[in-house]
Design a protein around this ligand. Structure first.
Ligand code: AMP
Ligand code: ZN
Ligand code: FE
Ligand code: FE
Length: 277
């Protein structure tokens, strides 16, 4: 029988609350045979996860998640990337610097409302890649909201008081970068964007016209019907399928590791599509 895997996992290297080692331990505990580390804008969690996986003989796939510019927000995932690729690392450096600019402004806004934080302090506590879940955590700690989910709804979600946009790279550049690093580019959580059917169709076609290899079929934001529909479409058209939980630990308690289930056999096509340009 096929074992199960999780191809969408965040760690403390970005905005998850489990260290790479802790994620690997948990994956082993629940019986997963492979996981992909897909932190936002960084590959720095991979090496530790891979070291820890040697204890269990588990496969760790080096991955990444990018936020890209399209009509709205669209996330792309990259798999089997070379985490030492210098062009990728340089671009990631720039993206993180851009995050820093936005984040410093968010810190100013929160300080104006009496929250005693500094950006240096946040970096010391949370690491190099600071995201909105970290601000949500601070808001909870300061009594502004009971949970991080509430903090998103009231303060850091799009258009709210402590939300500020950040510039993101284009989908074309993102796909190019994933290819330069020898990886497989995948369109993430299609149904999370809440596009109408026509826009969704346009997005999919556009992504394929610019070289995407596949779509994330299984994701907690997708209904069972949506997952079945996507799987059928992929199988019919020979498109690569992926899936994962988007695990973030305690900042996203509704996304447990390993849910929805994804069969190990899906990895074969993802690996086959990993072609360097
Ligand atoms: P950023 O990239 O810093 O703008 O933060 C975006 C990240 O916030 C997403 O990738 C999610 O990990 C996280 N996020 C978005 N909405 C929520 C939510 N309602 N609860 C927890 N985390 C969320
Ligand atoms: Zn995240
Ligand atoms: Fe995402
Ligand atoms: Fe994610």
């Amino acid at each position: 029988m096929d074992s199960f895997i999780d191809m969408h996992v965040h760690t403390t290297a970005s905005d998850g609350t489990f260290t790479p080692s802790e994620v690997v331990d948990l994956a082993h505990e629940i019986g997963l045979s492979a996981i992909a580390i897909t932190d936002h804008d960084t590959v720095s969690g991979f090496a530790e996860a891979e070291r820890q996986s040697e204890l269990y003989g588990m496969e760790i796939i080096p991955g990444i998640e990018f936020s890209t510019k399209y009509k709205g927000r669209v996330h792309l995932l990259g798999y089997y990337i070379d985490t030492k690729c210098s062009e990728l690392l340089e671009e990631l450096d720039n993206i993180v610097k851009d995050r820093d600019k936005r984040n410093e402004k968010i810190v100013d806004l929160m300080r104006q409302d009496g929250i005693d934080i500094s950006y240096d302090g946040m970096k010391e506590r949370f690491g190099e890649v600071i995201g909105r879940p970290h601000f949500a955590t601070i808001l909870v700690e300061n009594g502004f909201a009971p949970t991080t989910k509430d903090a998103f709804e009231a303060y850091v979600g799009k258009g709210k008081k402590y939300w500020l946009p950040r510039s993101t790279i284009t989908m074309e550049r993102c796909i190019e970068l994933i290819r330069i690093a020898g990886g497989t580019p995948i369109l993430a959580h299609l149904f999370e964007y809440k596009y109408d059917t026509k826009s969704l169709q346009e997005l999919i076609e556009y992504c394929f016209s610019i070289g995407i290899s596949g779509v994330e079929v299984r994701h907690p934001s997708h209904t069972l019907e949506q997952m079945m529909f996507l799987e059928e479409q992929c199988d019919m058209r020979g498109i690569v399928k992926t899936g994962g939980s988007d695990f973030h630990g305690s900042v996203k308690p509704d996304n447990p590791l390993g849910v929805p289930q994804v069969p190990h056999s899906w990895l074969r096509e993802v690996r086959k599509a990993a072609v360097k340009i």
